[in-house]
Design a protein around this ligand. Structure first.
Ligand code: PLP
Length: 390
């Protein structure tokens, strides 16, 4: 079988369907085996001493983890990918691997909150100088660089409020100064944005979200370019953060259908977001794919699509927000996203520092699932009515 290489002209759905595993490698079975294993036996003492065979120990990779890592490499265009037990581990492992005491690290202020908590507690305790920057900074990030700046950590669009960042402007400056850039690409997935093509060194995913796709698996992937791969791999081995084979397998399984799921998430989310823009009680819709969004031009320039997660600013206070959430029937109230079902959550922006602003109401984040758009809209209409009469 001819395997797509990721370098040619193959379309994204062909890559999602076939990448990472050649059925001929395991008796023709379409999917790879789920290998449960710690010990790997060597045929003789000399081979054991030299570790001179493909697999040597469970923490260093299995046919199952190799299949997922190879698939993600083809999607991201990366030199290597590590697979870790959660999306948060996909953030902490590379940060621990690349930062040292005395380094200065810049984080976008609209970061996923647990990333901030890790930076503000563990990284600071280990002697890293942590600083936050405004997501709309663009090339002016140059003014924040210091002689000891080692790393810039980004996430675009921003968590919960979806500010778009000028990634090529930031990475051009970082490259020039020898600074490593990492990007949490969970929202877009490699289907809609490929960070390494825009100069980012390390692309991070909570595979828990769209790759897994069913709210039943926690997993993270970290993909590096050639220059950063060796350090990333060594950090992973040093920390021992390997993932369980069943979870790895489930994410590879999820990738096969991620393209069609995302198309549906995207289409329904656009329909719902446009409808919400015209509703009274909704002060603003924060979705970078809408013309009204301040980051729309950047989204259009760099991204090939939008996933199913966006926010609304609901007029009123917490009373109205809770009436809205409590009236929802299709939407579940809960954290995370990327699964097949609609979710809603009230969002706190209390952690913001340099980009703190008043959005003029309560922020409600919506994950648009695979349900029928008409039912989703009817559910939201009922919730808006409940908020209006609260
Ligand atoms: C959910 C999420 C993570 C963390 O993923 P977990 O698997 O839940 O640890 C990281 N980054 C972003 C942007 C996320 O949404």
């Amino acid at each position: 079988m001819n395997r797509p290489t990721g370098k040619g002209t193959k379309g994204i759905n062909t890559l999602l369907t076939h990448s990472g595993y050649n059925p001929r490698d395991y008796h023709g079975f379409v999917n790879p085996p789920v290998v449960h294993g710690s010990t790997v036996l060597f045929p003789d003492a000399r081979t054991m001493k030299a570790r001179n065979q493909r697999y040597t120990y469970g923490t260093r990779g299995t046919p199952t983890s190799d299949a997922l890592a190879a698939a993600v490499n083809e999607l991201e265009g990366s030199a290597g990918t590590i697979i870790v037990p959660s999306g948060l581990a996909a953030i902490t492992v590379p940060l621990l691997g690349f930062l040292s005491a005395g380094d200065h690290a810049l984080f976008v202020d609209t970061i996923y909150f647990p990333t901030r908590r890790f930076a503000d507690t563990m990284l600071r305790r280990l002697g890293v100088e942590v600083e936050y920057y405004d997501p709309e900074i663009g090339a002016e990030i140059l003014d924040l660089l210091k002689p000891n700046t080692k790393l810039i950590f980004t996430e675009s669009p921003g968590s919960n409020t979806f500010e778009m960042q000028d990634i090529p402007a930031i990475t051009a400056i970082a490259r020039e100064a020898g600074i490593i850039t990492m990007l949490d690409n969970t929202w877009a997935t490699p289907v809609y944005f490929k960070p390494l093509d825009y100069g980012v060194d390390i692309s991070i995913h909570a595979a828990t979200k769209y790759p897994a796709g069913h709210s039943d698996v926690l997993l993270g992937t970290v993909s590096a370019n050639e220059a950063c791969w060796e350090t990333l791999w060594e950090s992973y081995l040093t920390l021992g953060t390997c993932a369980g084979p069943d979870d790895v397998y489930q994410v590879l399984r999820g990738l096969r259908t991620m393209g069609v799921r995302l198309e549906r998430h995207q289409a329904t989310a656009f329909e719902v977001a446009r409808w919400l823009e015209g509703q009274s009680g909704v002060a603003r819709v924060l979705h970078p794919g809408l013309e009204s969004h301040p980051g729309h031009a950047i989204w259009k320039r760099d991204f090939s699509g939008a996933s199913g997660l966006f926010s609304i600013v609901l007029e009123g206070g917490e009373k109205q927000a809770h009436a809205f959430l409590d009236a929802l029937e299709i939407f579940g109230l809960g954290a995370s996203w990327g699964g097949y079902e609609c979710l809603a959550a009230q969002v706190s922006l209390a952690d913001r520092t340099v980009s703190a602003r008043n959005y003029g109401g309560e922020i409600i984040r919506l994950q648009i699932g695979l349900e029928d758009a008409a039912d989703i809209i009817a559910d939201l209409a009922g919730a808006l009515e409940a908020a209006a009469s609260a």
